[in-house]
Design a protein around this ligand. Structure first.
Ligand code: EPU
Length: 421
């Protein structure tokens, strides 16, 4: 198993361009299933484990995939799909595999996808996805740990989510594009990656309006064709470097990211005392001295993203004052707290709230990543801590970041990857 060794205390400084958003690329790879002809091309795709897992899911269905690692270009041809099943060994590795359900059902009228089960950050049910497929006329059953959906032809309908779900909105959008008539998704998630996916689907020939608002309207069409698409830059990768700069008293400019996708986050950064500047497609922060404490509530977009909660928490551990972080999306997303305590952070948890009493310094220690974002939060804490920090189980981080250590070295960090053997 690989680990990172970080020598902290060096301010992050410099410029970096982010890759395409992981959470745009994964649904777009699933959307390629909808193209009856041609080859889908996706640009600026990060070379990460989750993209490899989704590629494997598509290959098992019969798709042809090529990835140009040098140029980060991915090609997908789904003309010869001959299986409609996403098996347990892949879905259990990555929940987003469940995103193939909507497109398979829409194009072939049948899909069999392993139930994802819980993961490190929470139970994460898929009941809202399933309810949506049923509303479009699919017969959905549970068979031996698999969700099986069948429909001769999906029929547009109103789908109301009990709460906004990011991949749920994408799954229903991708199943409704080939349905007969109009579908309305009410209480849809509004994340920028959903807008990005709708843009790609519309290029393919779909008729989607309202993505980015809480009501999305989809008028079904008969066929869709393959297109080339360059997804938006990854706001979460960007946020990781920006909080890295704040935690280390540095100065970083992140390119290829829309400031609008980070608006709530940038306001918090300013409240923390960072100087924030933005342009059409970049965000820069500069931090002098210790951050100030702020309170955070994670919420669906445009609220503060749960995916940046571990990173802001890492920066707040050394803030002046006391911060309260209220995690409202995932019930178990505080596993990194115990690890931050190993570095000397003063954090107490009460239910879904963490109280962070800022300390003057963190001190290096050995810690363990438990999911992508917790891992990134620990790396930031290690960059801010005095002395040596070892972050174990880097494979979690590799699911969502292409060679995070190389990218941070571009910003002056002292971080190396080693193999335990
Ligand atoms: N939920 C349900 N029922 C459902 C679906 C969701 O109760 O059918 C609940 C979830 O358990 C959670 C809340 O609704 O409490 C919101 O979950 P959501 O469905 O929005 O999450 P997701 O679609 O499974 C995506 C991202 C996650 C990100 C969340 C929240 C992708 C591939 N994944 O997951 O990203 O944390 O939205 O913004 O888009 C990551 O990138 O590290 C990551 C975990």
């Amino acid at each position: 198993m690989e680990y990172f060794e970080i020598h902290g205390g060096v301010p992050l400084e410099g410029e970096i361009k982010v890759f395409a958003a992981k959470n745009s690329v994964l649904p777009m790879m699933a959307a390629a299933i909808l193209a009856q002809s041609g080859t889908t091309r996706i640009n600026n795709v990060p070379d990460i484990a989750d993209v490899r897992t989704m590629s494997e899911v598509l290959r098992r269905l019969g798709a042809e995939i090529e990835f140009d690692r040098q140029n980060n270009v991915l090609w997908i041809n789904t003309e010869n799909i001959r299986s409609y099943e996403a098996p347990y060994d892949l879905v259990s590795r990555m929940r987003a595999s469940f995103l193939v359900m909507g497109p398979l059902l829409a194009r072939f009228g049948t899909a069999r996808v392993s139930q994802p089960g819980g993961c490190a950050i929470g139970a994460r049910p898929v009941d809202q996805h399933i309810k949506g497929f049923a509303r479009l006329g699919a017969k959905v059953t549970e068979e031996g740990g698999y969700t099986v959906a069948r429909a001769k032809k999906l029929i547009g309908n109103t789908v109301v989510f009990d709460r906004p779900t990011h991949t749920g909105t994408e799954n229903i959008m991708m199943s409704a594009v080939l349905a007969e008539g109009r579908t309305e998704i009410i209480n849809a998630a509004q994340d920028p990656e959903i807008v990005d996916l709708a843009k790609m689907l519309n290029k393919m020939g779909a008729k989607i309006r309202g993505a980015g608002t809480s009501i999305i309207t989809i008028d079904g069409v008969d066929t869709l064709r393959a297109v080339e698409h360059t997804p938006i830059g990854d706001r979460l990768e960007a946020g990781t470097y920006l909080f890295g700069a704040i935690a280390t008293g540095g100065r970083v400019k992140v390119k290829n990211v829309s400031p609008a996708s980070l608006r709530t986050v940038l306001c918090k950064m300013m409240d923390m005392g960072a100087e924030v500047t933005t342009g059409r497609n970049y965000v820069a922060v500069q931090m002098r001295g210790r951050p100030r404490a702020v309170d955070i509530i994670t919420d669906p977009f445009p609220g503060f993203p749960t995916d940046l909660q571990p990173m802001i928490m890492a920066a707040l551990t050394i803030a002046e004052g006391t911060s309260v972080i209220w995690e409202r999306i995932f019930e178990n997303r505080f596993i990194h707290v115990m690890e931050l305590q190993r570095l000397g952070a003063n954090i107490t948890i009460s239910g879904d709230r963490a109280t962070v009493v800022g300390v003057e310094n963190l001190d290096g220690a050995t810690v363990m990543a438990s999911d992508i974002r917790a891992g990134a939060g620990l790396v930031i804490a290690g960059l801010a801590a005095r002395g040596k920090t070892v972050v174990k189980r880097v494979y979690h981080i590799d699911r969502g970041y292409q060679r995070l250590e190389e990218r941070l070295r571009l910003l002056g960090a002292s971080i190396e990857r080693y193999d335990e053997n």
